[in-house]
Design a protein around this ligand. Sequence first.
Ligand SMILES: NC(=O)c1ccc[n+]([C@@H]2O[C@H](COP(=O)([O-])OP(=O)(O)OC[C@H]3O[C@@H](n4cnc5c(N)ncnc54)[C@H](OP(=O)(O)O)[C@@H]3O)[C@@H](O)[C@H]2O)c1
Length: 336
Amino acid sequence: MARIFLTGATGYVGGDVLYRLQQSTLVNLHLSCLVRDPHKAQNLSEIYPNVELVQGGLDDSDLLEEQAGKADVVLNLAATGHAGAASAIAKGLQQRETPGHWIQIGGASLFAAAEIAQNRYGQPSQEIHDDVADTDKIIRTIQSNPKRVVENNLISQPAHVRTALLVIPLIYGTGRGPVNQRSIQAPEIARSTLHLGHGFRLGAGQNAWSNIHIHDLSDQVLALAEAAINQRKGLWNENGIYCLENGNMPFGKLCNLIAAEAYSQGLITGTGIKEEIDAEKANSMSGHAAVLWGTNAVINSSRSHAQLGWSPTAPDLSSEIATIVKSEAASKKGIT
Ligand SMILES: NC(=O)c1ccc[n+]([C@@H]2O[C@H](COP(=O)([O-])OP(=O)(O)OC[C@H]3O[C@@H](n4cnc5c(N)ncnc54)[C@H](OP(=O)(O)O)[C@@H]3O)[C@@H](O)[C@H]2O)c1
């Protein structure tokens, strides 16, 4: 029986991946999930009685090491930057007699280090990071940034720890997980637009990120998990950088679409961008917003298409704007 150990099951990404795993045709699967909150654990066990719940947190290194050591596949989807958890997972997998797989969530802000260092937000960039053509460059980008501790740990694993790094851009769409179903970047722009009462953008708004629907993301993670269980070779380590995307959009356009939609839903009084905010104001409106709304991270998902036979089937970002705005308006009114 193949064993998958998943972290982040109560979160947006991990919850949706858990849902997708449960819907899959994978048979003979033992699935265990790390959950730190007993109330959420109770919720999860009611929905998924067959899933083993492991009570604990990412700081419980011994527990993570033990679980990783038993797992054929670790899906570490709880956090992009928890160094201790990454170390414990690596240690556990290294001790296995047969190769184990470590599929790690990472963020596309990896590509924004120079802009962040220069305090440059809202500006355009021509750079596109392709996960096949630019693998070496992406690995060098990770190696040259000591702050990316988790990614650096992952890319330095020995060959018998088979690794895959998911470089994730803006995610949109309603998650299907048991607890958090809300993403961050676009919903926070919608929430802030409603709060201000008018459309805004950060600086010139010419910067762009790629994006992916949460359901398309989960399909790719499932395809990777299946490949791992089937012991497919050539998909891991130096061939294991996966940029996940289905298009990209400049943030000025996204802010504009959100403002237009909020106007057409009667939630604000004017359409269009009425205010250009700076990085400081962005950060006061939403956590890390200067980075999340003001930098560039355009990526190409060549590897999943070529190696996993993946192609997106979910709606694109523009088609989801109405739902995002409606949902933020409902939570503003306290309707869930
Ligand atoms: N959403 C996006 O658009 C996006 C895009 C790229 C990258 N990311 C990154 O991907 C990661 C997951 O994102 P998300 O949107 O799924 O976040 P989320 O909805 O906040 O979920 C985080 C999950 O990880 C768990 N978790 C966090 N810290 C933990 C700890 N110390 N011990 C045990 N469990 C812990 C949470 O458990 P609790 O329920 O107990 O809190 C929850 O299950 C984050 O690092 C995020 O920054 C997100």
